[in-house]
Design a protein around this ligand. Structure first.
Ligand code: PGA
Length: 259
């Protein structure tokens, strides 16, 4: 089991500068108060704003910055891209393999492998997202889809001794639960997290510590507790509910209470 509980907000393509500023004015005060009353909690809070706002937030103290994306190439003539080394000047983590990137930007397993390797090269910790779509869930072959997603990206990276002892975080995000208001049940989450835990233990021995497994997909303050109480759930990746500072803070408070 990992020690920390992770609560990470993924803002996707939302919030303009003044909204970011307003959010953090209030968020910093709330976090300060929460940690002032108990700073022993093992909780890691992350926020993934649009890349353009990363520099503005780089003096964050109570939380870590997460990039939503990095380029799959190191540098050069790739108009519009932002490299891992640029992102690493501000960010501690980077999301890799989010289903929206796979779906709308055609990111293949080979691209995801390149991104994870570049993340490690520049000391970013990748948060690798995986999860089945509705069709896979209904057909009942979701575990084999999940196995393929993990074994085609994570195993090749860790088969190389170059990445010996790197830190990895993964997030189970069933596509049918993202942005739909229909979260997976604690039993469904538990089944996949236990499965992923065993798959990782059996196949990547050269990794640092145990891999935190987060859940994402319509998490909110109503379901956070029951999800976080599952054995192999080490945190939450939150989209919509992280956009509202009160709601996001409430989820952090719940995690804080369990940590
Ligand atoms: P959601 O998004 O919480 O809005 O469902 C989760 C995600 O995409 O990471």
């Amino acid at each position: 089991m990992s020690e920390n509980i992770y609560v990470i907000g993924n803002w996707k393509m939302n919030k303009h500068l003044h909204e970011v500023t307003d959010f953090f004015d209030q968020f910093n005060i709330s976090l300060h108060d929460m940690f002032a009353s108990d700073n022993s909690a093992n909780i890691e809070i992350g926020v993934a704003p649009a890349a353009i706002h990363l520099p503005q937030l780089s003096d964050a103290t109570n939380f870590s910055l997460v990039a939503q994306n990095i380029a799959s190439e190191e540098n050069g003539a790739y108009t519009g891209e932002i490299s891992a080394s640029m992102v690493a000047e501000y960010s501690r983590y980077v999301l890799v393999g989010h289903s929206e990137r796979r779906m709308f930007f055609n990111e293949s397993n080979d691209i995801l492998i390149k991104k994870i390797m570049l993340a490690y090269k520049y000391n970013l910790i990748p948060i690798f997202c995986f999860g089945e779509n509705l069709e896979n869930r209904e057909k009942g072959d979701y575990l084999s889809i999940i196995k393929q997603q993990i074994e085609k990206v994570i195993f090749p990276v860790f088969s190389s001794s170059v990445f010996l002892n790197q830190t990895l975080i993964v997030a189970y995000e069933p596509v049918w639960a993202i942005g739909t208001g229909k979260h997976a049940s604690p039993e469904q989450i538990s089944e996949v997290h236990d499965y992923a835990r065993n798959l990782l233990i059996d196949n990547i021995g050269n990794i640092k510590g145990s891999v935190p497994i987060l859940y994402g997909g319509s998490c909110n303050s109503q379901n956070a507790k029951s999800i976080l109480e599952q054995k192999n759930v080490n945190g939450l990746l939150i989209g919509g509910a992280s956009l509202d500072v009160d709601h996001f803070t409430k989820i952090i408070q719940i995690a804080h209470g369990l940590s």
